[in-house]
Design a protein around this ligand. Structure first.
Ligand SMILES: Cc1cc2nc3c(=O)[nH]c(=O)nc-3n(C[C@H](O)[C@H](O)[C@H](O)COP(=O)(O)O)c2cc1C
Length: 202
């Protein structure tokens, strides 16, 4: 069994999503002792934003730019990681109501027509099959359904929607939120998320 572990927080050792994603991976190692883990710190080593040069090369243009060439290799490796994975663990902080840009850069490399989805005469079809995902979600505020704040929730909903579009619908969110509401609220939110992780059975 293969697990892909991604982190994207800029906060290093102080990051809650990194703590939660590491705990999820540890739980999976305990449940599946033979599991192999590929780790990528997207914040430490992000892919470039897609440019016109990337697009031209994808369309068949030759490339004389070594930086872009290395970046394309990285993007292809992202895709290979994902296609090989049985389980994907995504450390995902909320930044400005959405995901950090290094994680978006990852998305821009793995959402590839013909590889992870395709358009058909009846609409899009996701090509990822038989995979599971965990989203380690951390955010400063709260976004309860049915409140005005929910309209700004483009982090978990974005990732769940994206993964579903790609065919990956078995997704569990582990969430620590309200982290900016004071030390006690933060400790309680993290403790609750760690309990959720300890309760994972598969
Ligand atoms: C650049 C930046 C933008 C943020 N934007 C939001 C936001 O829009 N909504 C929110 O609830 N929290 C926001 N936060 C708070 C983070 O979600 C919170 O600090 C969380 O713990 C980040 O995850 P991490 O600890 O893994 O880095 C933001 C934090 C940073 C650094």
């Amino acid at each position: 069994m293969q697990l892909l572990h991604l982190d994207s927080s800029a906060l290093g050792a102080a990051s809650v999503s990194r703590q939660l994603s590491a705990e999820i991976v540890a739980r999976q190692r305990a449940l599946h002792p033979d599991i192999r883990v590929t780790y990528r710190d997207l914040a430490a080593d992000p892919a470039l934003h897609l440019t016109g040069t990337h697009m031209a090369i994808r369309a068949g243009a030759s490339n004389a730019d070594a930086t872009i060439a290395a970046d394309l290799v990285k993007g292809n490796a992202y895709l290979d990681d994902l296609l090989a994975a049985d389980i994907v663990v995504i450390g995902a902080p909320m930044y400005n109501f959405s995901i950090p840009t290094p994680l978006k850069s990852w998305v821009d490399r793995i959402a590839v027509a013909g590889k992870t989805f395709q358009y058909t005469a009846t609409g899009p079809v996701g090509l990822l099959k038989g995979k599971r995902a965990f989203i380690a979600s951390a955010r400063g505020s709260v976004y309860p359904a049915g409140t005005p704040a929910a309209a700004n929730e483009h982090q978990e909903s974005y990732l769940i929607g994206l993964l579903s579009f790609l065919g990956l619908t078995d997704v569990k969110v582990v969430r620590a939120e309200g982290l900016a509401f004071g030390p006690e609220a933060k400790d309680a939110a993290v403790a609750s998320a760690l309990e959720d992780i300890a309760a994972i059975t598969a």
